[in-house]
Design a binder for this molecule. Structure first.
Ligand code: ATP
Length: 457
């Protein structure tokens, strides 16, 4: 199947080039966990930085948070997760494999061995643990299945320390854990993942307006990270499918190679959480409006973004095999050879883990290497997302940089030693242009900032 083929190639590239490794790989792997390698963590951090910039730094109504993963069990009782955060589970009576009942077409027959499936049971997805040395019921805690509750339980702290007026929001990026019955599709459904969430508090009357505001902002964020807009679709979630706390939800779905699946959610959570926590904790979590002299519970709009699903969307969207059937050959000059495929990641400069790579044309010419090191240092001092590569012939080096999505490569050759000019190559078009030394820094930063297109060199 075509999409399986594409996913296999992407997973293999992600491993080969140091983006993503299987969790606990040397022990045979741990299902539903993945480890981010050096390039993966760089790309992931770029995504998180863009999110934080748009939703926290660029606004005056947002308060950043980083709450503890472990929380008192009462938090999850009040939120409804202890009683209701479960998926329907069925087990095959023959091969004993377990499946999510709502993902099966035939709820009676095992999709693996054809055996009879047992009765449907509710399986709670929270990872349970004990805090401290005692293992009694009072010590029970859970790894958080969402970051949201860390913000609701701190609502009063933010109110008391910063005295914000409604509307205002709290934002957090952090790990979440769900003991998924069937983790699958690489980073899409995992048991440990990261979320970027906002709880935006409003007066009950303004929820519709703010819901629309965040609907637009979700789209704007997908532009920040360079996702193809035509691959994103909104889905109005029906009454029957909405989470217990939500009065309106829009899912933002993305065309992954394995199908159209949820990337983000935008939900109107009403005052459900603040109300439950007020009742359970006995603390007053209401808001007093100085103008109207009214005291009430704030309502909440929640845009929720999965970091790993974003990473996967960015990676699959960026993966390209040259339509021309060309790849950089092993020719010294890196020119393409007919009949072979070139693989490259068309990442936007904002998310690309390496923006610029610097090559000396030949490894064994100290004058070229020294000059290339000098140029490399200039870009490294600017921010670090730069690579130095003198390993193998230039064609191989281009291929390596294309596969990791490096935006521009700069080659130092013999002409550089004469007139200080260099060759700059564009990843997407493979076009090469001669740029003078004094213009290099400015020209490169313009291209990376998207101010000038490569053609303007
Ligand atoms: P699904 O229906 O796919 O299980 P969900 O509706 O339960 O997802 P939410 O509870 O809305 O997901 O979680 C918010 C966001 O967290 C999702 O939009 C997604 O980006 C991310 N997310 C949720 N579950 C996982 C998971 N198992 N692995 C990776 N990301 C996840």
């Amino acid at each position: 199947m075509q999409h399986e083929n594409t996913m296999e190639k992407i997973i293999s590239l992600a491993k080969r080039r140091g983006f993503i490794f299987q969790g606990s790989e040397i022990y045979g792997g741990l299902a539903g966990t993945w480890d981010y390698g050096p390039l993966g963590v760089a790309l992931k951090n770029n995504i998180k930085k863009l999110w934080w910039k748009r939703f926290v730094e660029a606004r005056s109504d947002m308060y950043g948070m980083d709450a503890a993963i472990l929380m008192r069990q009462e938090v999850w009782q009040a939120s409804g997760h202890v009683s209701g955060f479960s998926d329907p589970l069925v087990e095959c009576t023959k091969c004993k494999r377990r499946f999510r009942a709502d993902h099966l077409e035939d709820k009676k027959k095992c999709p693996e061995c054809g055996g009879l499936l047992g009765d449907e049971k509710q399986f709670n997805m929270m990872f349970k643990t004990h805090v401290g040395a005692a293992e009694d019921a009072s010590a029970i805690s859970y790894l958080r299945p969402e970051t949201a509750q860390g913000m609701f339980v701190n609502f009063k702290n933010v109110l008391d320390t910063f005295h914000p007026k409604l509307p205002f929001g709290m934002a957090q990026i952090g790990k979440a854990f769900r003991n998924e019955i069937a983790p699958r599709d690489f980073l899409f459904r995992t048991r440990e993942f990261e979320q970027m969430e906002i709880e935006y508090f409003v007066t009950p009357g303004e929820w519709k307006e703010k819901f629309e505001h965040f609907r637009t902002e979700v789209w704007n964020f997908t532009k920040d990270i360079g996702l193809s807009q035509e691959k994103i679709h909104e889905l109005e979630v029906s009454d029957a499918d909405r989470a217990h706390y939500s009065k309106r939800t829009i899912d933002f779905e993305f065309d992954y190679p394995f199908g159209k699946k949820e990337l983000y959610g935008l939900a109107y959570r009403t005052d459900f959480d603040l109300k439950s926590h007020s009742e359970k904790s006995g603390q007053d979590l209401s808001y007093f409006d100085e103008t109207t002299k009214e005291r009430f519970l704030a309502h909440c709009i929640e845009p929720s973004f999965g970091v790993d699903r974003t990473f996967l969307a960015v990676l699959t969207d960026a993966y390209h095999e040259d339509e021309l059937g060309l790849k950089p050959s092993s020719n010294e000059d890196g020119s393409p050879e007919a009949g072979e495929k070139r693989v490259y990641l068309k990442l936007s400069p904002e998310v690309a883990p390496i923006k610029v790579a610097v090559f000396p044309l030949l490894k064994n010419k100290p004058t070229l290497v020294e000059k290339a090191r000098e140029v490399f240092e200039v870009f490294r001092k600017q921010g670090g997302a730069v690579a130095f590569d003198d390993n193998g012939n230039i064609g191989k080096r281009y291929r390596r940089q294309d596969e990791i999505g490096t935006v521009l490569t700069i080659t130092i050759d013999f002409q550089t030693l004469e007139d200080n000019s260099v060759t700059v190559r564009d990843r997407d078009t493979m076009k090469q242009i001669r740029v003078s030394g004094e213009n290099l820094e400015r020209r490169v930063s313009e291209v990376l900032a998207g101010v000038k297109i490569f053609d303007s060199f």
